[in-house]
Design a protein around this ligand. Structure first.
Ligand code: ZN
Length: 242
């Protein structure tokens, strides 16, 4: 079975992977999604991923027709072996080396390996991940060199011809808002604001113009600043065309 024009998106329900989902349906004939339950501190992330998926399906019938299976897999071992602020109830701090303690060592490498195993089984060649080098607090497994090495390793180790796509690799958060707007317009950015989840503390009660979150954790700060830049640039562009 070969699905040359099918893509598998690593979809967590956050802003970045929601934008990747839109990028995928915009670029491929069929799109499947995969998510992992690894003992995140807050299950809101997993609830949000279902809400984003169903909101996208409702708002974009053409995309709905392209969307195939959603795969959700529990990998509690990742939480068991990680002492990090994403899986334990500890405060988010930055270590001396610069990496925040939200860093789960090798998390994206594990996700990509599992996604490739699913893609292999389903004959899917294209794998899409919303990782990037710009705004990720320096997570080394989000960088381009990690991803291209991973692509090589997966292709050698599975005797395959996978292509790992990372459409957000060189985009900052403002550019990611622009990309979502470019692909799906305000309908899509509204879905991302309302349903996608970014906050490390799992706050779904405090609503800002950029979405829900505590407003103070590093993830909220990035998302808020990115959205502010997006609104400023959009207003400027509108004024220029008046
Ligand atoms: Zn937050």
């Amino acid at each position: 079975m070969s699905q040359e024009d099918t893509a598998l998106v690593l979809f967590s329900g956050g802003q970045d992977s929601s934008t990747c989902l839109a990028w995928a349906v915009d670029n491929f004939a069929r799109v499947e999604t995969v998510g992992f339950d690894y003992g995140q501190r807050h299950s809101v992330e997993l609830d949000c991923r279902m809400e984003v998926l169903s909101a996208v399906r409702r708002a974009f019938p053409a995309w709905n027709r392209k969307l195939g299976d959603d795969h959700l897999h529990a990998i509690p071992v990742l939480g068991n072996i990680s002492e990090t602020a994403l899986t334990r109830d500890t405060e988010i701090v930055f270590a001396e080396g610069g990496l925040p303690n939200t860093f789960v060592p090798g998390r994206n490498l594990i996700f990509l390996t599992l996604a490739a195993a699913i893609a292999y089984r389903r004959g899917i060649r294209h794998i899409i991940a919303g990782v990037g080098e710009v705004d990720y607090s320096g997570y080394p497994d989000c960088r381009e060199d990690s991803i291209s090495s991973m692509e090589d390793a997966l292709n050698i180790g599975m005797e395959s011809d996978f292509i790992l796509h990372t459409p957000l690799m060189h985009l900052d958060k403002t550019a990611i808002w622009h990309l979502a707007d470019h692909i799906g317009g305000p309908e899509l950015t509204d879905i991302i604001i309302e349903y996608s989840h970014t906050c490390y503390l799992g706050d779904r009660n405090t609503r800002h113009d950029w979405g829900y979150g505590c407003g103070h954790c590093p993830a909220c700060a990035l998302r808020a600043a990115g959205h502010e830049g997006f609104i400023e640039q959009t207003v400027k562009a509108d004024k220029a065309t008046e």
